[in-house]
Ligand binder design. Sequence first.
Ligand SMILES: [Zn+2]
Length: 236
Amino acid sequence: MNGILTTRGLRQVVTIVVWPMAALFTVGCEVTTSSSNDESAVETAVPTEQVDLSAMERDERFAVDAVDAFWRKHFPETFDKAYQPPQVAGGYVGTDGPACAGDASVPYNAFYCQPGDFIAWDENLMASGYSQIGDAWVYLIIAHEWGHAIQARLNSDQVSVQAELQADCLAGAALQGAAQDGNLTIEPGDSEELAQTLTAVADDYPWTDVSDHGDAEQRISAFNTGASGGITACIT
Ligand SMILES: [Zn+2]
């Protein structure tokens, strides 16, 4: 994916359809379970020195701008109330990130902190996915955490008990919608990268509660629902 500031191609916007690719995902990432609002994390360490940090940070900015622009435009018209963006606490490393309700940041994690109304991510988590999967990783992580911020702005009866799947759905709506609004360019390979990302962060393990998290196929399906049906397809 790319922000419009650097890509001026005339590519037609097509709906992102993400196919399950679990069998092809072999980079050896380990998924951990996590508490409350924390995101599942890839544990494979890729030192940030091994990636083009300026390119990755540019993609982070593009993702924030595109996702924020999408919600700024479509949240008010969909929910008939004003939109206030969450704060973006941005990248941290390890435990030096912003605390959430007194809890220190978790290494290799990305999260939305509801008490502080901010999203944050570990740059090493971003670098791992960015180098092993591609730039779509960055866009999905940010769009997903933004989805949790959107959930916090909804009426309680609009928030799915399957909060992670709904956040994936809202991420699909936001990224596809941003492309349709002309704020994001979908590039060849993005669908595969998104599928790999959703697979990597899926709680596809027997000890997790699939009723509120979802396995890789459920997460991919949820993303596709939002990408093809828009925001309202994600709302219960
Ligand atoms: Zn989440």
